[in-house]
Design a binder for this molecule. Sequence first.
Ligand SMILES: Nc1ncnc2c1ncn2[C@@H]1O[C@H](COP(=O)(O)OP(=O)(O)OP(=O)(O)O)[C@@H](O)[C@H]1O
Ligand SMILES: [Mg+2]
Length: 250
Amino acid sequence: MLEVKNLHKKFGSVEILKGIHFHINKGEVVAVLGSSGSGKTTLLRCLSFLEKADHGEIIFDDFHKDITQIRPKEIRQLRMKMGFVFQNYNLFRNKTAFQNVMEGLRIAQKVPEPQAKEIAVNTLKKVGMLERSDYYPDQLSGGQQQRVAIARAIALSPKVILFDEPTSALDPELTGEVLDVMKMLAREGTTMVVVTHEMGFAQEVANRIIFMDGGRIAADQPSKEFFTSPQDENIKRFLRRTLADYDYTI
Ligand SMILES: Nc1ncnc2c1ncn2[C@@H]1O[C@H](COP(=O)(O)OP(=O)(O)OP(=O)(O)O)[C@@H](O)[C@H]1O
Ligand SMILES: [Mg+2]
């Protein structure tokens, strides 16, 4: 469904993405793991066109083009198919939870008001935020804000949702409520690409793991396999560091 070929990105003279290739199938939950600085955020930012890649191809359903040649109109069309949930919620501060969810439906998708309202109510209900519809972001906890951000993304019925460390800015006691919403989405068959340091989520929910190392994909394999038979020393080291109960003999 979504495929990237030979994606390269430099910042100045430093090459950050060194030829990335992957394919996301419908209904998959892919966790992107890797050490800090390995290029995970840069990859998602290139996919969402927040950064301009230097080289590569993007294939999304029947759309196939050189990523450097994409026109603004095509970017808008591709972005309509993707949902984004990043670390810092990025809600409009001057709008309520309800208005935040309505915004994309009314402005980007031009959904008629009564229908948009119904979708907004349903999605807020789904993430357990209906009773706080009229609260402004500042009146909500981080976990609640992130759930509103997820509601805003799913309201637009994207084909894939890209998450960049959706729980890393949260106090530990609030990460569970956000992960629970993501697990529910996974159960419903939502296609998700999740950059995360939540190893529990990666082990329990992801079908597939992409492991990034120094701007390259060092492993791309079913989740179970990734954890039980890591392919190289860097991955083993990463697992030892991030999994408290990891078997040191592996
Ligand atoms: N706008 C930028 N200008 C220059 N260098 C950048 C920029 N954004 C990222 N980098 C560099 O690119 C590299 C990869 O950064 P990136 O944010 O993609 O890593 P990451 O894998 O998401 O790390 P983390 O797990 O800490 O979020 C880093 O060395 C970073 O310093
Ligand atoms: Mg990052």
